[in-house]
Design a binder for this molecule. Structure first.
Ligand code: APR
Length: 255
């Protein structure tokens, strides 16, 4: 695996136009379970019952009780791991332009990444379904479920439920970054949920090198990605950031 990490470091050290696409796998080592695979949330509950906007509209209390409250508790306890920090380092080194994340946990920002596109929104904020007022999740009064706004409307997390569109500004920026990058790091995503899953296709189609970091192969492996570094995100991204820093130091910081 070390030779693949060094190969990825050389690919990254050769450009200032790299982006990362991240998914639930990058936050597993922070204690947040994934959606699919062993221990995945969708093995326990049907996403169409709890994570579709129609399900929320039909029965907001059920979605709050079965999904949102539990997720908020898990997210509140999570802290960034070496993979989040490694991506922040790559940005500081001038290699990574941005992180496009499907995660709603805010851990990239906590780790120090400055340019983060929250493709599926965030759980850190809530939004009133009626007047659109936003409030921080940790300031929400949860004595009544579903929590309500002063206007009487129901609060929902400021995320993208199934059945909803990606906010256009996020979609357009992510597509642009994917189309213009030279290297795309695809970290900890099963690459099964669209439109996020098409971003590596877009990058590859525009001539970028696509590098996966994932203990398991995905639908991209061997087709869209140039190579897979088969390991957990924490140690791999950490080692990758160190290797890029070392190459950069050797070359006196030249691109
Ligand atoms: N490091 C990196 N990747 C890992 C690790 C790890 N330690 N452990 C597991 N993985 C990988 C799995 O092999 C899998 O490919 O993380 C991936 C997790 O996949 P999903 O649970 O499907 O997460 P994600 O791709 O982010 O899901 C996309 O689906 O339900 C929706 O909105 C939700 O944003 C989410 C979207």
């Amino acid at each position: 695996m070390q030779d693949l990490i060094e190969r990825a470091a050389r690919d990254l050290a050769g450009t200032r136009r790299a982006v990362a696409l991240t998914g639930a796998g990058i936050s597993i080592e922070s204690g947040i379970p994934p959606f699919r695979g062993p221990g995945g949330l969708w093995e326990k509950i049907d996403p169409m019952e709890v994570a579709h906007i129609d399900a929320f509209r039909r029965d907001p209390r059920k979605v709050w009780d079965l999904l949102i409250k539990g997720m908020q508790t898990v997210l509140a306890a999570a802290v960034p791991n070496p993979a989040h920090r490694g991506l922040a380092t790559l940005e500081r080194l001038g290699r990574l332009q941005a992180v496009i994340t499907q995660n709603v946990d805010g851990l990239h920002q906590q780790a120090g990444s400055q340019d983060v596109i929250e493709f599926h929104g965030t759980f850190a904020w809530q939004r009133c379904m009626t007047c659109e007022r936003r409030c921080r999740s940790d300031e929400l009064d949860l004595t009544e479920i579903p929590p309500r706004c002063e206007c009487g409307g129901i609060f929902r997390p400021d995320c993208v439920f199934f059945g909803e569109l990606i906010p256009p500004e996020h979609l357009v920026r992510a597509q642009q970054l994917a189309a213009e990058c030279r290297v795309m790091l695809v970290v900890g995503t099963s690459a099964t949920v669209h439109p996020a899953a098409m971003l590596p296709h877009l990058a590859r189609g525009a001539g970028a090198r696509v590098i996966e970091i994932n203990p398991e192969p995905t639908p991209l492996t061997g087709t869209v990605s140039d190579y897979l570094i088969p390991g957990p995100a924490g140690p791999v991204v950490d080692a990758l950031a160190d290797a890029v820093a070392a190459l950069q130091a050797d070359s006196g910081g030249q691109a």
